[in-house]
Design a protein around this ligand. Structure first.
Ligand SMILES: [Zn+2]
Length: 344
C-alpha cells in the first residue's frame, strides 16, 4: 500500500472506504489507497499529529488508543465532512447531503478494546451520464435499502426539539419531513401511507435555543443529550452542503441525533403544499428533512443510479420534492430495523 499525503488528495469521485458494515477495505477509484505508516515503539505514528484536524484518508482504519488517542479530536472524512471523536465512550456517524452527492463518516469507539475504527465514504454526482448509468427503478418497485450499524430500541418514542435558526425559515419543512419518514408517507398507494407503520415514533418536544451539535463548519461536535433538528448557519461548511446529521450510538443502540439544514447561502422552497411554484435553484426542505430523518432512524444511502428514485439515494436535486415521500425500499428498511407496529 502507498502513503497518501494530505496534499495529494484531489477532487475525485467514486471513493468508498469501508462502505458496507462488513467490509473494512478501502476502495478508491481514480486515486491511491490509504495506508498506515508503521510507528516506532513508544513514539506516536507520523499521522498522529498533535494539533488540528486529522484526515481519515491518511490514517489507518483501525487505531489503537494506546498508539494515538483520538478522543476529542476532529477527524475529516470525504468531501469536507468531519466529526469530533466522542470522549464519552459513544460512537458517531456523520452524514452530509450535498447538491452534488453525499458523504458519510463513521467513528466507532470501542473503549473496552481500546480501539477506534474509521470509515469514510463519499459520492459525487458526475457531470452528465456516468458510464455505469442504469435507468432508475420506479420508487414504488425498488426494494433496496441500507442499514447503519445502530438503531433506536424498537418501540421507542423519540423526542426531538426544533431549533429555528436565525434566518426566519419556516419549521414546516423540518417537521413534515420527520413526520413523513416516521409515518412512512408515500405516493405508492391511495392511502398515501405504507402500512403497518414501523415500530418507532417521534414526538415533537418544543423549541430550543440550543443549536444542533454541529459547528459553523458543519462538523459533528460533542453531544448534549438532546435530539435537535432545525436550521443552522454553517458558513464554514463546504458550499455544496445542504444538510448534515450526526448520530451518536453505544454498541448497536442509537442514543442521540442532531440534524442541521443549511440556512447559510442556500435557498429553500416551502414545498408544494402551499401551492407556490419552486423558485429555480431552491431545495425542498421537507424532502431534505425526510432523507435526514432516515439517517436518524438508522438508514444509510442506497448507491447507484438505478436507486436514485428512493428517498435514501444520496442526492436531492433542486426543486425535487419526490424524496418527501418514501419508496418501497425506504419503507422496507424501516421495517427491517424496527419491525411493524401492531395496530392494537
Ligand atoms: Zn444522506
Amino acid at each position: 500500500m502507498d502513503d497518501v499525503s494530505p496534499a495529494g488528495r484531489g477532487r475525485r469521485t467514486g471513493v468508498w472506504c469501508a462502505a458496507a458494515a462488513t467490509a473494512l477495505s478501502c476502495t478508491v477509484t481514480g486515486g491511491a489507497a490509504t495506508a498506515a505508516t508503521a510507528a516506532e515503539p513508544g513514539r506516536p505514528p507520523g499521522w498522529c499529529k498533535p494539533d488540528g484536524a486529522l484526515t481519515a484518508r491518511a490514517m489507518p482504519q483501525r487505531i489503537k488508543l494506546s498508539e494515538c488517542d483520538l478522543r476529542g479530536r476532529v477527524v475529516r472524512g470525504e468531501n469536507g465532512l468531519a466529526a469530533t471523536v466522542p470522549s464519552d465512550g459513544t460512537s458517531v456517524i456523520a452524514h452530509s447531503l450535498r447538491t452534488d452527492g453525499a458523504s458519510e463518516l463513521r467513528v466507532e469507539v470501542d473503549e473496552a478494546k481500546g480501539e477506534i475504527t474509521l470509515a469514510a465514504a463519499g459520492t459525487r454526482s458526475p457531470q452528465g451520464r456516468p458510464r455505469e448509468f442504469r435507468a432508475p427503478i420506479d420508487a414504488c418497485q425498488d426494494d433496496a435499502y441500507q442499514q447503519e450499524p445502530s438503531k433506536w430500541p424498537k418501540g421507542s418514542a423519540i423526542e426531538w426539539h426544533y431549533y429555528p435558526g436565525t434566518a426566519g425559515l419556516p419549521m414546516s419543512g423540518v417537521s413534515t419531513g420527520i413526520a413523513g419518514m416516521f409515518g412512512a408517507r408515500t405516493d405508492c398507494n391511495a392511502a398515501r401511507t405504507f402500512t403497518p407503520p414501523p415500530d418507532v415514533s417521534q414526538r415533537y418536544a418544543g423549541r430550543t435555543a440550543t443549536p444542533p451539535n454541529l459547528t459553523a463548519g458543519g462538523v459533528c461536535g460533542d453531544r448534549d443529550g438532546t435530539n435537535v433538528s432545525g436550521w443552522e448557519a454553517m458558513p464554514g461548511a463546504d458550499a455544496d452542503v445542504l444538510a448534515a446529521t450526526c448520530t451518536w450510538f453505544r454498541g448497536a443502540t442509537t442514543i442521540e441525533n442532531d440534524t442541521a439544514l443549511q440556512e447559510h447561502g442556500k435557498r429553500w422552497w416551502p414545498g408544494p403544499q402551499d401551492g407556490s411554484p419552486c423558485p429555480a435553484g431552491s431545495y425542498d426542505a421537507a424532502a431534505v428533512a425526510t432523507h435526514e430523518a432516515g439517517h436518524m432512524l438508522g438508514l444509510g444511502h442506497v448507491e447507484g443510479s438505478q436507486h436514485s428514485a428512493l428517498t435514501m439515494a444520496p442526492t436531492v436535486a433542486a426543486c425535487d420534492d419526490d424524496p418527501a415521500t418514501l419508496g418501497k425500499g425506504d419503507y422496507a428498511g424501516l421495517i427491517a430495523l424496527y419491525g411493524a407496529r401492531s395496530s392494537a
